[in-house]
Design a protein around this ligand. Structure first.
Ligand SMILES: [Zn+2]
Length: 288
C-alpha cells in the first residue's frame, strides 16, 4: 500500500482529515511546511493548472520533495483540478505524488472514460501515486465572489452514481458535490453531512472522500463532514485572501522597503497561521 493511501485510510479510521492547501509560490510551500511541522501532521500541497503553470511542474515537485527530505515531514504534492487527461498525464510525468483528474464538466460517460485512462496511466508509472476524480457540478472559483451561488439538488452527486463511478474507474479518492462550492460567495456555504454519509456507505472503505471548497464553510459543518466520512479537505480561497491581505499591508506599512524577502515575510507567516488553524480544525494535530 502506498504511503498516501495508508495516511488516508488512517485518517478515515481515526476520524480526522488530511489538509490540502493550494499554493503558487515557493514561499507558500514554506508556510505549509512550517504549519505542518508546528502541528505535527502530514499534509498535502496542491497546485491547480494555473498555479502549477506559474510555479512550474517540475519545480513544484522538486520543492516539495526537498522539504520532505529535509524535514522528514509526510508532505505530498497533488495536481489539483487537472481538467484534461493530458494535464493529468503531464503532472504524472513530472513526478506529482497525487493526481486529481476533474472531468466533471464532461458527460458522465466521458468522465468515466477519461478518469479510467488516467488511473491506468498513473498505475503503470508510479505505484505510490494517488488518484482523485469527481462527479457532480461544483460551482464557483477560488476567490471572493460578489454574488449568490446556489447549488440545486440536481447539481449534487448521488450515492448510487458515486458507487458506480468508483467501481468503474478504480480511483483512490472521490470528490463529490455535496452542496459545496469553490471560493467565497454572498450566501452562506452549506454542505449536507447526510449525503456524505450515504456516499460513504456506498463506496468501499479504502476509497477516500475529498471535500473541495472548504474555505468559508462553518467549523461545525466541517466537523460534521469529517464525522460522516470526509478524510481530505481542500482550502484555497482563505489562503489566497490571507496572502493578499498580508502583501497589501506589508507594502503599505513599508513604502521604502525594496528587499522582496522582507516584504513577503508577513505573507509567509499569514499563510502559515491560516494553515495551522485549519489543521487543528481537521483534527490532524500530532499525527506524526
Ligand atoms: Zn477544488
Amino acid at each position: 500500500m502506498s504511503y498516501i493511501q495508508e495516511l488516508h485510510e488512517r485518517a478515515s479510521r481515526e476520524g480526522w482529515a488530511l489538509g490540502h492547501f493550494n499554493v503558487s509560490s515557493a514561499e507558500q510551500i514554506r508556510s505549509v511546511v512550517q504549519a505542518a511541522l508546528n502541528v505535527k501532521c502530514p499534509v498535502l500541497v496542491g497546485t491547480s493548472e494555473g498555479e502549477r503553470k506559474y510555479l512550474g511542474l517540475r519545480q513544484a515537485v522538486a520543492l516539495v520533495r526537498s522539504f520532505r527530505e529535509e524535514t522528514g515531514l509526510p508532505i505530498f504534492l497533488n495536481a489539483d483540478h487537472s481538467k484534461s487527461v493530458e494535464a493529468a498525464k503531464a503532472a504524472t510525468d513530472a513526478g506529482y505524488d497525487s493526481i486529481h483528474i476533474d472531468l466533471s464538466h464532461l458527460s458522465y460517460e466521458e468522465n468515466v472514460k477519461g478518469t479510467k485512462e488516467v488511473v491506468q496511466y498513473v498505475r503503470v508509472r508510479n505505484l505510490e501515486a494517488h488518484v482523485e476524480a469527481e462527479i457532480g457540478l461544483l460551482k464557483g472559483e477560488s476567490k471572493i465572489q460578489r454574488e449568490v451561488i446556489e447549488v440545486r439538488p440536481e447539481d449534487m452527486t448521488t450515492s448510487a452514481q458515486a458507487a458506480d463511478f468508483v467501481k468503474k474507474t478504480g480511483i483512490n479518492r472521490l470528490a463529490p458535490a455535496v452542496g459545496n462550492i469553490h471560493g467565497l460567495a454572498e450566501n452562506e456555504k452549506i454542505i449536507y453531512p447526510d449525503l456524505i454519509r450515504k456516499i460513504r456507505g456506498m463506496i468501499p472503505q479504502h476509497v477516500g472522500i475529498t471535500l473541495h471548497g472548504g474555505s468559508g464553510i462553518s467549523d461545525a459543518l466541517i466537523t460534521a463532514a469529517i464525522k460522516e466520512g470526509v478524510n481530505n479537505i481542500h482550502i484555497n480561497t482563505e489562503i489566497r485572501v490571507a496572502a493578499a491581505d498580508a502583501i497589501r499591508s506589508s507594502l503599505a506599512e513599508h513604502p521604502e522597503e525594496t528587499t522582496p524577502y522582507k516584504l513577503l515575510e508577513p505573507m509567509i507567516r499569514a499563510v502559515q497561521l491560516k494553515v495551522e488553524e485549519k489543521l487543528k480544525l481537521f483534527g490532524a494535530v500530532n499525527k506524526i
